[in-house]
Design a protein around this ligand. Structure first.
Ligand SMILES: *[C@@H]1O[C@H](CO)[C@@H](O)[C@H](O)[C@H]1NC(C)=O
Ligand SMILES: *[C@@H]1O[C@H](CO)[C@@H](O)[C@H](O)[C@H]1NC(C)=O
Ligand SMILES: *[C@@H]1O[C@H](CO)[C@@H](O)[C@H](O)[C@H]1NC(C)=O
Ligand SMILES: *[C@@H]1O[C@H](CO)[C@@H](O)[C@H](O)[C@H]1NC(C)=O
Ligand SMILES: *[C@@H]1O[C@H](CO)[C@@H](O)[C@H](O)[C@H]1NC(C)=O
Ligand SMILES: *[C@@H]1O[C@H](CO)[C@@H](O)[C@H](O)[C@H]1NC(C)=O
Ligand SMILES: *[C@@H]1O[C@H](CO)[C@@H](O)[C@H](O)[C@H]1NC(C)=O
Length: 711
């Protein structure tokens, strides 16, 4: 989450809100273990979770003007089941979803639906839902008020798309569980990430910083999943970088740099199969990317081109002009470069992976009340976490997506004006002000419960064991140094409890429930965006380190822990203010699917084809799997064959409302013809659904003229 672009707008909405306006596995998998050789049971699956391609505010930048209006890349859920070879009941389910973050209400609802299918095989304890952190996916899928403000509340259509797509990916993984092997590899990926809060990082102890060559992590850790015949099944890797290559002016749904990397990997391994349909599943999962930007050219002032003021990330005192970009000339090119670099590295690590993971599979999970966690130091003193609060610098946003008004990063003092505005919403208690220091409180979210909770108290803490790999699932965005401290703490605890010296620990970021950032105590003092968004106060990281050490020790000793307090399930409380589609209409003298701007008769590769259609609101589409566009090639037999659709990188589906009151809209389809396409005769089709004023939904198809593509 980056910004509070239009705070006034938000205040208004907040004000109205406070006023109450608004088993067992079915397969007997143990049987085949005698005939095949392998160290684990492995299942992989993929499901489409693309949300409404119109009208829904994108989750991440919290910019009310960034509303979905088309598709560049589709969003997917990628599910991996890894089970113990001697007891397939000991299994973990890791899901990497192309969402801004994991969501508690999504996880709980996915579990409700999985329970009907598989009993108690999957529970909150062995399911981890990790978001890739794309900032170009529709929002409104979180159960706490603050997260859904810019999306005008909860968006059921998006929630349903995400939950169903995830369940589908799990079903596939569950049904293709087979004996296999896992190889592990790691390597350094350079030139793909930078630290966006270097002055906060610099406040960490000198001795600690000396241990590291870079101020961000460069390691990619990768798992190669094979069946017992050595056939490729899937890949997961973790690399820390924000999915903010697409900036807050983008309105096309996109899975950003990691989604593009997954697309490239899956297209390579699933030869000739349409995206999202192949059996090989490749996840580029998120890690401790809290202060890590993909915009490698760094921040510059948009008016002068000069570097920004570093401690505050401002130009002439203003945050909104200080924007990071690169390495490409525009955001598409930057997404392509950062995505391709992750893909190239992953492919090299995949091809050269040799070390086999061996050992058992297990997991441990506990809910904790992070608003009320006591940290015990070795010198017998203790400190506590605080109820959630956002600091002033949260509203300044980041250089990946700056905020509005006069908020700047690095604020350790409030202001008379904004304090007064805040007090209209809720005045923080003295206790909270004291606890959160030196953070000046902009929003005392932990103290606002109207119309329902604004922020979570109860969060998941969780570790998966796969052989000597520990996957540490964390409920938020750990900064680089926070992640390093947590990994070290977990690793030394595991080794002290009889895990081998070559134990590997990886952080799975943005997992299960979202709690913003986790900066170190020292970074917190600086109150850059990440510190201002460390919601449980200055000792948040120490609390997590203590908690994960407790989990690691219990995991290593094979002991269980108490489940902890249950999180609320607030589906029935949700308020949704997004108006439905009322009706669609084609302009006089035309009908849905009519071509308004046709293709040219001839194109050469590398040029872009464009065609426009009379269309209807994409939110009417009842079937997520059906594409909005198809690029068809005419075969020698005269039959048309789809070669690309809206999930492909080379296509763009753009939706524009042309007349709100008359319910008129236009679809523009772009195809950048790849140099590799077969020359021949092509056409472009558009599929849509229109809503009649009576509520009935009708399918329509539009078709461009034929055109020739030559080299
Ligand atoms: C977003 O990227 C585009 C280029 O693709 C650029 O023109 C624009 O200034 C950027 N805007 C922000 C706020 O970063
Ligand atoms: C894992 O087990 C295989 C045999 O199944 C063995 O060849 C390999 O060396 C083991 N790997 C490690 C890291 O111990
Ligand atoms: C599975 O059982 C076999 C035979 O008892 C044993 O040798 C092997 O170490 C076990 N593997 C795991 C991962 O527990
Ligand atoms: C979590 O802790 C806060 C702060 O002490 C408290 O107000 C809240 O009731 C607790 N929540 C639960 C579910 O225990
Ligand atoms: C105890 O240890 C903590 C953490 O190292 C430190 O912040 C604190 O100042 C220490 N307190 C005393 C009284 O030494
Ligand atoms: C920010 O703007 C408000 C309202 O215009 C003003 O009262 C306040 O002093 C400003 N704060 C800073 C730090 O400039
Ligand atoms: C198309 O672009 C590729 C990559 O930039 C280039 O190698 C190729 O020569 C171009 N082909 C044509 C016909 O322009």
């Amino acid at each position: 989450m980056e910004t509070m672009r239009q705070f006034a707008y938000v205040v208004l909405l907040l004000f109205s809100l406070t006023q109450n306006v608004f088993c067992r596995p079915e397969q007997d998998t143990d049987r085949d273990s005698e005939t095949s050789s392998g160290n684990f049971y492995i299942g992989v699956g993929i499901g489409d979770i693309t949300g409404p391609a119109a009208d829904v505010n994108m989750m991440g930048y919290a910019d009310p003007s960034q509303v979905s209006g088309g598709i560049h890349l589709k969003q997917y859920s990628r599910a991996y089941i890894i089970a113990d070879i001697n007891n397939s009941d000991n299994r973990v389910l890791f899901i990497s979803a192309d969402n801004c973050m994991g969501s508690q209400i999504v996880k709980l609802e996915v579990l409700n639906r999985l329970k009907k299918l598989y009993g108690n095989t999957y529970t909150e304890r062995n399911l981890c839902l990790s978001g890739t952190h794309t900032h170009s996916g529709p929002g409104g899928f979180q159960q706490y008020v603050l997260f859904d403000i810019t999306s005008l509340g909860f968006v059921y259509q998006n929630f349903e798309a995400i939950v169903e797509g995830i369940v589908k990916s799990v079903k596939l993984a569950h049904n293709n569980l087979k004996v296999g092997n896992i190889l592990i590899n790691e390597g350094e990926l350079l030139d793909s990430n930078i630290n966006r809060s270097p002055t906060a990082y610099a406040n960490n102890p000198a001795k600690e910083k000396q241990k590291y060559k870079y101020n961000v992590d460069k390691t990619m850790l990768l798992l190669k999943l094979l069946d017992s015949d050595g056939k490729d099944m899937g890949m997961i890797n973790w690399f820390a970088v924000h999915c903010t290559s697409m900036n807050n002016t983008n309105k096309l749904i996109s899975s950003d740099n990691k989604g593009y990397a997954s697309y490239l990997f899956e297209q390579k391994m699933n030869d000739g199969v349409r995206p999202g349909q192949g059996s090989f599943v490749a996840a580029f999962a998120q890690s401790n990317e809290g202060d890590v930007s993909p915009n490698t050219r760094g921040p510059h002032c948009q008016d002068t081109g000069l570097p920004c003021d570093v401690p505050t990330s401002t130009c002439n005192g203003k945050s909104h002009l200080c924007v990071a970009s690169g390495p490409g000339r525009n955001m598409m090119e930057s997404t392509e470069i950062i995505g391709r670099q992750q893909y190239d590295k992953a492919l090299a690590l995949y091809d050269s992976a040799e070390i086999q993971l061996n050992g058992s599979v297990s997991f441990i999970q506990q809910f904790v009340n992070m608003s009320d966690y006591t940290v015990y130091f070795e010198n017998q003193t203790k400190v506590k976490t605080c109820k959630p609060s956002m600091g002033f610098s949260f509203a300044a946003g980041t250089t990946d997506g700056p905020g509005a008004f006069n908020f700047t990063q690095g604020s350790t003092e409030g202001s008379f004006f904004w304090d007064a505005v805040r007090d209209l919403i809720h005045k923080p208690s003295e206790e909270l002000v004291e606890c959160q220091k030196p953070k000046p409180i902009l929003l005392p979210t932990g103290e606002i419960k109207k119309p329902y909770d604004w922020h979570p108290d109860i969060v998941d803490t969780q570790i998966f064991k796969i052989g000597n790999l520990a996957i540490v699932a964390v409920p938020g965005e750990f900064t680089t140094m926070s992640g390093r401290r947590l990994r070290d703490a977990v690793k030394s605890t595991l080794i002290a409890n009889s895990w081998p010296e070559d134990t590997q620990v990886v952080i799975a970021g943005l997992s299960n429930v979202y709690t913003h950032y986790i900066a170190t105590f020292e970074e917190y003092q600086i109150q850059r965006y990440e510190g201002a968004s460390t919601i449980y106060g200055p000792h948040t990281l120490e609390a997590y380190i203590q908690q994960y050490k407790i989990l690691a020790e219990a995991l290593a000793k094979g002991k269980s822990v108490e489940p902890g307090p249950s999180p609320p399930f607030l589906l029935n409380e949700q308020i949704s203010l997004l108006p439905p589609v009322i009706f669609d209409r084609a302009p006089w003298g035309s009908k849905f699917g009519d071509v308004t701007i046709d293709v040219r008769p001839k194109y050469t590769v590398n040029s872009t084809v464009m065609v426009s259609f009379v269309t209807a609101n994409p939110r009417n589409s009842p079937n997520l799997e059906e594409p909005f566009l198809s690029i068809d090639l005419k075969g020698e037999d005269g039959k048309w064959r789809q070669v690309y659709n809206d999930a492909d990188w080379c296509t763009r589906f753009k939706w524009d409302r042309t007349h709100l009151l008359r319910g008129e809209s236009q679809a523009s389809i772009y195809w950048e013809i790849p140099a590799t396409v077969e020359p021949g005769v092509y056409r472009i089709k558009h599929f849509g659904y229109s809503k009649h004023i009576t509520g009935s939904i009708n399918h329509f198809i539009g078709t461009s003229s034929m055109f020739e593509v030559t080299k």
